[in-house]
Ligand binder design. Structure first.
Ligand code: CTP
Length: 404
């Protein structure tokens, strides 16, 4: 599901140093498939000219109510057509005007006619941001139902350190997507495992697999965006935790098992994406194995089978819980997936062939086949893992009857 595809986003740009970041924000919104219209204040144009926004948005930029535009009520047209408004950066003056219903330029007059969701991204010096009048105005806007995105903390243009920095454009897009997503998983507790596990041989070496965690993290991000309370039990990966998700870091299968079982009781939906190492060394060394110690000995490592966490959950799960497993296969996809679904008492299994281009562990895309307990199945063609994640959740909602 590409949330912003074919949407009409109105980007309000007001005058602060962070206007340069609004250029990147515009680019990302376009990349996400949105038709973006920009309205700028006079002060904003002192930082970056309208031409930059005009070229990148491929639309006329409104700066002056009385300018020569195709329509004499351009501000009303823009407000009416918008599916959402993002104001980034939003200055103290802008926030004050919006909170008090002042409409004295093209931007604030347009805002007066807006009826769609609005996200305000304040950006200014820390003392200005913490000023009691600015905070009071933000409270008013929040009570009016507008969404306020807290500024980041860090070194500001004025060389002070504190809250007031405009969040990174990708984060603003992420939050906008969340704002525009139907909350069809609201109230659901979703437990997800992701990434590989690693099984220690000694303190510096381990057995693991190629899982990057991308699929599991995409599912966690999508579930959170759709209103779920998400707990993500993650093996070691190189990915940022999705915002708003409770992340529990683990390394080994035993640690993953402990955390999954601990969170199982409260879960409504369990999605076990993790690629758990099937075997662990019998006797991991507490000190590094030195070459000289192994020279005369057999170099094989004795292994013990790890417990199957999913199978254990399958035994414990209640009728109300919906359990989803994954199957990574190189051969006989359907046969192996169906055996795993049966053996582990799953409601659904998402099977994907590894080792083919564009699908599996390290890729950004995936191609899968979903099998269900009732004997039905569904093909998911090759697509971005974020889109696969949304399709998976759509299917889970449909099958589990969780839709609200
Ligand atoms: N799984 C698990 N605990 C394990 C092994 C696997 O919870 N010790 C889960 C995975 O998270 C995944 C599913 O079982 O959801 C299938 O994992 P996969 O590696 O494809 O299959 P295995 O059951 O390990 O069988 P095999 O390795 O023989 O294919």
């Amino acid at each position: 599901m590409k949330i912003l595809e074919n949407t009409n986003i109105l980007l309000g740009v007001t005058g602060g140093i962070a206007v340069y970041k609004a250029v990147e924000l515009l680019r990302l919104l376009k990349k996400a498939g949105a038709d973006v219209h920009v309205v700028m204040t006079d002060a904003a144009q002192k930082f970056v000219g309208r031409v930059t926004f005009e070229v990148l948005s491929e639309n006329h930029v409104l700066c002056d109510l009385f300018e020569d535009a195709e329509s004499s009520v351009k501000h009303i047209d823009l407000a009416t057509a918008a599916d959402a408004v993002v104001i980034a950066p939003a200055t103290a003056n802008t926030i004050g005007k919006l909170a008090n219903g002042i409409a004295d330029d093209a931007f604030s007059t347009t805002m007066m006619a807006v009826t769609c969701p609005v996200m305000i991204c304040p950006s200014m010096n820390t003392d200005m941001y913490q000023n009691i009048r600015v905070q009071r105005n933000l409270d008013i806007l929040e009570q009016d139902g507008l969404h306020i995105l807290d500024p980041d903390s860090g070194v500001l243009a004025c060389k002070t350190v504190g809250a007031g920095r405009l969040p990174e454009p990708w984060f603003i897009v992420d939050q906008l997507e969340e704002l525009m997503t139907p909350n069809d998983l609201a109230g659901e507790n979703i437990l997800i495992s992701a990434g590989p596990t690693i099984e220690a041989i000694d303190p510096v070496r381990f057995i693991s697999n190629h899982s990057s965690g991308k699929m599991g993290y995409a599912v966690a991000r999508a579930a959170k965006r759709r209103g779920g309370n998400v707990t993500l039990v993650s093996g070691p990966v190189n990915l940022d935790a999705p915002v708003g998700v409770e992340k529990v870091d683990v390394e080994s299968c035993d640690q993953m098992k402990k955390e999954m079982l601990e969170h199982l009781k409260n879960a409504d939906i369990i999605i076990k994406v993790a690629a758990v190492a099937d075997y662990k060394p019998n006797d991991p060394m507490t000190s590094k194995i030195k070459k000289k110690d192994t020279k005369k000995k057999d170099l094989s490592i004795a292994l013990t089978e790890n417990q199957d966490i999913l199978k254990l959950i399958g035994k414990k799960k209640t009728k109300k819980q919906f359990l989803v497993g994954f199957a990574a296969e190189t051969d006989d996809l359907e046969k192996n997936a169906l055996i795993k679904m049966e053996k582990k008492n799953l409601d659904m299994i998402a099977a994907n062939i590894v080792g083919v281009e564009g699908s599996g562990f390290k890729a950004d895309t995936n191609k899968m086949k979903l099998f269900f307990k009732d004997g039905s199945f569904k093909d998911i063609p090759l697509m971005d893992k974020n889109d696969v994640a949304d399709l998976l959740l759509d299917t889970i909602i449909e099958k589990a009857g969780k839709s609200k």
